[in-house]
Design a protein around this ligand. Structure first.
Ligand code: PLP
Length: 439
């Protein structure tokens, strides 16, 4: 049972101390609650579907470490495998067996022929871009507004004005030269892709997209967008890179690939495949991957790449993620979506829920009439203060949601009927809190 949080003084004290030594008090910006206000909760433990903060408040967790904790927290078999691995030694800087096993598992579950392990999703997308550029001998990259691929300089680009524009730096510290080869297009817009290839076709090394975007809220591909991108790339000698860092091994045994079956030239993975430890990967066509050092000349490396603890945690997680687990995740996600809609409808709060398999998010739209979120522009047209009120009421009710309206909600297979009942009882006051905010 989630305890209704009534004390936050230990979190507040830690946040003060953290802010004295760390910019903004956090080691990754969205953790800071800036979008919703209030004091971020400092967690101290997790068990199954719940996490507990330093004040002893227990929450039903719908963030799941932003995706990795597919099986819930401190799963006994993952914990045992990790403990045994740690006891043997933690890192050697040599090849080890668990990396081979994890590589085999990824190759078996996905369409990639070969895979290279890295330590974060950012490293995976950065390396995939370098490989695509090295393989094609071309410089330009196409990405979509609202898709997040980690904090790779070239991918931290915002669209300039107009539909096809070269990227402008999305943050200070990224130079114009770095984003000059990044073309940013609206998501789900086939005409914009066609026009970009008409203008720059022989200079484009790759199109990178989230397989089904979750970083502007959940905005699935429409009208076979991925198949269209794959074909456009093939027709123009560019590579199609599908970023499955969020969706990979979460939505199905492979990821979004298991839903639309579009075979990319390169793919990126992270989150679930590390089982809560830093492990990520990129992989793809054998002829492309052959260009990677030491087989080929495109350099890429990492001191802790394929770390035996991280690969053991990831491998154990994937082996436990059976068809039954994915079926349960789907059922749980559908139940939560229906509970959310029922509660918001009861209070007359306009909203749209969009899902990609078991990933979903709730958009607090002005009006439900014709409300479909197809791209970043649509996602931005929300009554954001409603989400803030809803978020805090859920938190007070013992349910931990992503602290931003532009994020997917993540379920774990540890959520049982009691957990669903906790969500249901938190939802009634949260819907009322959202209703109380005027648009
Ligand atoms: N790609 C996608 C689709 C992601 O959602 C993320 C992180 O949220 C990344 C890449 C970056 O991964 P990491 O945070 O491990 O660097």
């Amino acid at each position: 049972m989630a305890a209704v949080p009534d004390h936050t003084e230990h979190s507040a004290a830690l946040f003060d101390r953290a802010s004295a030594v760390t910019p903004g008090g956090v080691n990754s910006p969205v953790r800071a609650f800036r979008a919703v206000g209030g004091v971020p909760r400092f967690m101290t433990s997790g068990d199954g579907s719940h996490i507990t903060d330093v004040d002893g408040n227990r929450y039903l967790d719908l963030v799941c470490s932003w995706g990795p904790m597919l099986l819930g927290h401190a799963h006994p078999e993952v914990t045992a495998a990790v403990q045994a691995a740690v006891a043997r030694g933690t890192s050697y800087g040599t090849p080890t067996e668990p990396e081979v096993l994890l590589g085999e598992e990824i190759v078996a579950r996905t369409p990639v022929d070969k895979v290279r392990l890295v330590s974060s999703g950012t490293e995976a997308t950065m390396s995939a871009l370098r490989l695509a550029r090295g393989f094609t001998g071309r410089a330009k990259i196409v990405k979509f507004a609202g898709c997040y691929h980690g904090h790779v300089d070239a991918l931290l680009a915002q669209a300039g004005s107009g539909v096809i524009t070269l990227g402008i730096p999305g943050t200070p510290g990224v130079t114009e030269a770095t984003t000059a080869d990044t073309i940013v297009l609206p998501y789900n817009d086939q005409a914009a892709v066609t026009a970009a290839f008409a203008e720059y076709g022989d200079q484009i090394a790759a199109v990178i997209t989230e397989a089904s975007p979750g970083n502007m809220g959940v905005v699935p591909p429409r009208d076979n967008f991925n198949a269209f991108l794959a074909k456009t790339c093939t027709d123009n000698g560019a590579l199609f890179i599908s970023d499955e860092v969020m969706t990979g091994f979460r939505i199905t045994k492979s990821g979004w690939y298991g839903v639309d079956g579009v075979r990319p030239d390169l793919m990126t993975f992270g989150k679930v495949m590390g089982g809560g430890f830093p492990a990520a990967a990129f992989g793809g066509r054998a002829d492309v991957m052959a260009h990677l050092a030491p087989e080929g000349s495109v350099y890429q490396a990492g001191t802790l790449s394929g770390n035996p603890i991280a690969t053991t945690a990831g491998l154990t997680t994937l082996r436990l993620a059976t068809d039954e687990v994915y079926a349960k995740l789907d059922r749980t996600a559908l139940t939560i979506q229906s509970l959310v809609s029922t509660a918001l409808d009861k209070e007359g709060v306009p909203h749209v829920i969009q899902a990609a398999g078991n990933l979903f998010s709730v958009f607090f739209v002005e009006s439900e009439e014709n409300a479909v979120i197809k791209n970043f522009g649509d996602a931005g047209a929300q009554v954001l203060p409603r989400f803030g009120a809803f978020f805090h009421a859920m938190l007070d009710g013992g349910v931990y949601l992503p602290p931003s309206a532009f994020e997917a909600w993540f379920v774990s297979s540890a959520i049982d009927d009691d957990g669903l009942a906790e969500i249901e009882s938190a939802l009634a006051p949260a819907a009322a809190a959202a209703a109380a905010v005027q648009s």
